[in-house]
Design a binder for this molecule. Structure first.
Ligand code: C2O
Ligand code: CU
Length: 615
């Protein structure tokens, strides 16, 4: 059984346990009261037996999850199971014998009611407690449970006046207040504001001015696009969807002037996704600049020393802006025989755009002379992964996220899953016959005619190429546990995508020092896929789910439900760096945070008069 399956089953079983224990307690309470219907005794006994079995299943699933790591079970072992199993033993030794004896004392139902409360608390734990279990979250759970237990006692004992009710409500209320104030919030990190005084401002970490720079102007405007037979209102750069592909030679300086001609109050920035540039050019509103308001302008400059396939996109309200079309590709050449492919969903039409042609939901065709080298630079600019396939030719996955894969071997008819925000370069020599690039199993790009989409085994990219011995020495360790729990996001309580139990901006900011090698363990406890994207750095993949990896360098990688990834980050680019899930809907629902370098500060603010909002 996979970790994801065990976790998913446990989420169902915890609810079933609560329902069955609650029903057992209800029948027991009824059985102990007039008219003492014997059918109630039977029902209570049968339901209790069933509930014991279901609780046993919970224990087994927890044991299975524990094999995947303590991160997956901490709150179950520390809170949910003790609060279920201890009253369960109490009920089995008191309520059950009383039911068998046909006792007539309603107080005898109390242990079973406590067990039901424990089981219901299990559901609450699932929704509100993540990893790590904090004292405040544990207290919330205990206080709410204590309040419920007090109310239940008043119910079975009868009378007792209002004291019990008031006490019960007071305790429960304290729990709720605690929940909102303590457990789910935290100290909002104004990135870097609290690091060293007299440090360096991110605003000063800029690229060089260069008279010979390669210059582009990108103007954000509202546009429209006809695709899949319908017209979609989009936002574009220079009226183009996708935005123009920017090309620059390795070693040149790129200078891009951003102008905003969007209507209303909609700000724009440009984030150079995957390019490890000086922090002040990173385009994150509220961290590295203020959002550029309509009528405004901002200039980005950086030296393009690292060749490869990148993309750029607005980072202001990115969950909306990118979907609407504020993105394009960035290619740092040398390039030989290269072509670009951008996958993007406009409205709800999934499209492919080949070499800056307009996007289409139909198959794209092109002709390439046999014998010529081809490099398909493919970017997934959506918030969900795509499965690519290449058939008709032997090919190599030459690079992932703009970094060459060492020892890239020949592949044929294989499928490869590309993370949201990630890029793959597929390289081959054009054969005499046709070649097909498929997207999610459908014909995408047909070169020199038709052939069937690839159906071969999916490739595990983390074990492709050579598997070297990877360095295991670290200066610092960070753990990011991804989950879906109740948390504060932007000051509002909600069901959120959390990191270490918190939502943006309350996720703790790790502080690294320049030169450090940092081990980052990413654990996905949730049932959702999270394409994680640290800015400003490529991280080295050391292992995926305990299996040693090829050390490939990535800037965006899919952490599947139940998976544990271990990556190494070399702290060689001082700044304040956003880090987030590139399913941008998840980012806006809490899953974004920062990594700060010691001594780097920012003069910018999230929110505020500039309305900065990265997600
Ligand atoms: Cu494409 Cu913050 O990223
Ligand atoms: Cu996510």
């Amino acid at each position: 059984m996979t970790t994801a399956l065990a976790g998913g089953l446990d989420q169902i079983v915890v609810v079933v346990a609560a329902v069955v224990w609650a029903a057992a307690a209800g029948f027991a309470f009824a059985a102990f009261r007039p008219p003492h219907d014997p059918r109630f005794h039977l029902a209570a006994l049968a339901l209790s037996a069933g509930a014991v079995v279901v609780s046993g299943v919970r224990v087994v699933l927890t044991a299975r999850l524990m094999q995947a790591g303590w991160w997956f079970v901490a709150e179950k072992v520390l809170l949910a199971l003790p609060l279920l199993l201890v009253p369960m033993v109490y009920a089995l030794t008191t309520t059950v014998p009383a039911l068998l004896r046909r006792d007539r004392d309603p107080k005898k139902a109390y242990p079973l009611i406590l067990t039901a409360i424990g089981a219901i608390i299990g559901v609450a734990c699932d929704v509100i407690v993540s990893y790590p279990v904090t004292v405040s979250s544990a207290l919330v759970v205990m206080l709410v449970g204590g309040g419920a237990a007090a109310l239940a006692w008043r119910l079975v004992a009868g009378g007792g006046g209002d004291r019990w009710r008031i006490a019960g409500f007071a305790v429960a209320l304290t729990g709720v207040v605690w929940a909102v104030s303590g457990s789910f919030s935290g100290t909002p990190m104004h990135a870097g504001h609290d690091t060293a005084t007299g440090g360096v401002s991110v605003a000063s970490l800029r690229g060089p001015a260069d008279p010979d720079a390669r210059r582009y102007t990108l103007t954000a405007k509202s546009s429209s696009l006809t695709v899949g037979g319908r017209t979609v209102q989009t936002w574009s750069f220079n009226g183009q969807n996708p935005g123009p592909t920017l090309r620059v030679r390795q070693g040149e300086t790129l200078e891009v002037t951003l102008r905003n001609e969007l209507p209303g109050d909609q700000g724009v920035t440009i984030h150079w996704h995957g390019y490890d540039l000086p922090a002040g050019e990173d385009g994150v509103p509220g961290v590295t600049q203020d959002a550029v308001k309509p009528g405004g302008e901002h200039v980005y400059r950086f030296r393009a020393d690292d060749p490869g396939t990148y993309w750029y996109h607005s980072h202001q309200n990115s969950s909306v802006a990118v979907a609407k079309g504020l993105f394009g590709l960035l290619i740092v050449e040398p390039a030989e025989g290269d072509h670009t492919v951008a996958v993007h969903t406009y409205g709800n039409v999934k499209t492919l755009s080949f070499d800056d042609r307009p996007p289409t939901d139909r198959q794209v065709t092109a002709v390439i002379p046999p014998g010529s080298p081809v490099r398909l630079r493919i970017a997934d600019t959506d918030s969900t992964p795509v499965t690519l396939g290449l058939s008709g030719v032997d090919f190599r996955l030459r690079s992932v996220d703009a970094r060459d894969v060492a020892g890239a071997t020949t592949l044929r008819d294989r499928r490869i899953k590309l993370a949201a925000g990630g890029r793959y370069d597929l390289a081959f020599t054009m054969p005499d016959g046709p070649v097909m690039l498929s997207v999610d199993g459908h014909p995408g790009l047909a070169l020199n005619g038709q052939t069937a989409p690839a159906t071969g085994e999916p490739l595990d990219v983390t074990r492709y190429g050579t598997l070297p011995d990877l360095r295991e020495d670290f200066d610092q360790e960070i753990v990011w546990v991804l989950d879906k729990t109740f948390a504060m996001v932007d000051g509002v309580p909600r069901l959120a995508h959390t990191v270490n139990g918190k939502g943006y901006p309350n996720i703790p900011t790790p502080v690294v020092r320049e030169g450090e090698r940092v081990k980052i363990t990413i654990v996905n406890r949730s049932g959702d896929l999270h394409p994680m994207h640290p800015h400003g750095h490529h991280v080295e993949v050391l292992s995926r789910d305990g299996r040693p990896a090829n050390g490939m360098l990535v800037d965006t990688f899919d952490v599947e439900p139940g998976e544990v990834w271990v990556v190494a980050l070399t702290a060689d680019n001082p700044g304040l760096w956003m880090s987030h899930c590139h399913d941008l809907a998840h980012a806006v629902q809490g899953m974004e945070f920062h990594v700060a370098y010691e001594g780097v500060t920012t003069p910018y603010d999230i929110g505020g008069p500039a309305g900065n909002h990265p997600a």
